[in-house]
Design a protein around this ligand. Structure first.
Ligand SMILES: CC(C)(COP(=O)(O)OP(=O)(O)OC[C@H]1O[C@@H](n2cnc3c(N)ncnc32)[C@H](O)[C@@H]1OP(=O)(O)O)[C@@H](O)C(=O)NCCC(=O)NCCS
Length: 189
């Protein structure tokens, strides 16, 4: 008997959750701000999100939905051929379930569709869930911004280059496959 064979296929299918990833709209901002304010000490304001959403060519903000509930969001800014991850957050009740992974897969695919070739971000030193997520996507630290998040709270600058290659496509597919038993992902463009 192989490991896991006691789980009948119909049972494992029932546990899979349908998640819709869609562009962020202004009408999503109340739900986005609730997650943002719970996740970050220095939360973005509604006005800042509105200004970001207005910059349609250089930004892509995405939301993740379980049914009618907005449970995660994130966004990138295009600079030349680089995608800068501006933010990513999952509702506290859903953290650690794989949604951050699903959303970052979508943000990488969104970046590729925009012709971007590299991905970079800043993360606070010690933010282990975020670091674990980013390492999985091949992001590696290249430098530190002292006090970036306030006194004594340093920022780590991370990069992964050449996300537009066959090697990276394989990595991305493997990451998507690792959450496919938990989530059935529908991407809306
Ligand atoms: C960072 C964040 C987006 C990750 O999303 P998530 O849905 O919780 O992450 P996932 O469930 O997809 O897990 C991704 C990785 O983090 C790990 N992880 C999740 N929760 C963790 C925790 N509490 N402690 C340590 N690792 C954790 C998972 O094990 C997984 O690592 P693995 O791939 O090596 O197994 C989410 O935790 C969050 O919103 N945090 C608050 C906001 C934030 O810090 N955003 C990042 C700013 S740079």
């Amino acid at each position: 008997m192989t490991e896991g064979s006691s789980i009948r296929p119909d049972e494992s299918r029932r546990e899979r959750r349908h998640v819709v990833i869609a562009p962020m709209r202004t009408s999503d901002l109340s739900a986005v701000l609730r997650i943002e304010e719970a996740a970050f000490d220095e939360a973005w304001s509604r006005r800042l999100f509105e200004e970001e959403l207005a910059q349609r060519t250089s930004r892509a903000y995405r939301t993740a939905w379980l049914g009618t509930e907005l449970v995660a969001y994130g966004g990138i800014m295009a600079v030349d051929d680089e995608a800068h991850l501006n933010n990513i957050a999952v509702a506290a009740t859903e953290q650690g379930t794989g949604l951050g992974t699903v959303l970052l897969c979508d943000l990488v695919r969104t970046s590729l569709a925009r012709g971007l070739a590299h991905l970079t971000l800043e993360v606070e030193v010690g933010n282990e869930p975020a670091l674990a997520l980013y390492r999985r996507f091949g992001l590696a630290p290249v430098g530190v911004r002292p006090d970036y998040y306030g006194p004594g709270r340093n920022g780590l600058i991370m990069w992964v280059r050449d996300i537009d290659t066959g090697d990276y496509a394989e990595r991305l597919s493997a990451i998507e496959a690792s959450v496919s038993d938990r989530f059935d992902v529908e991407r809306r463009l």
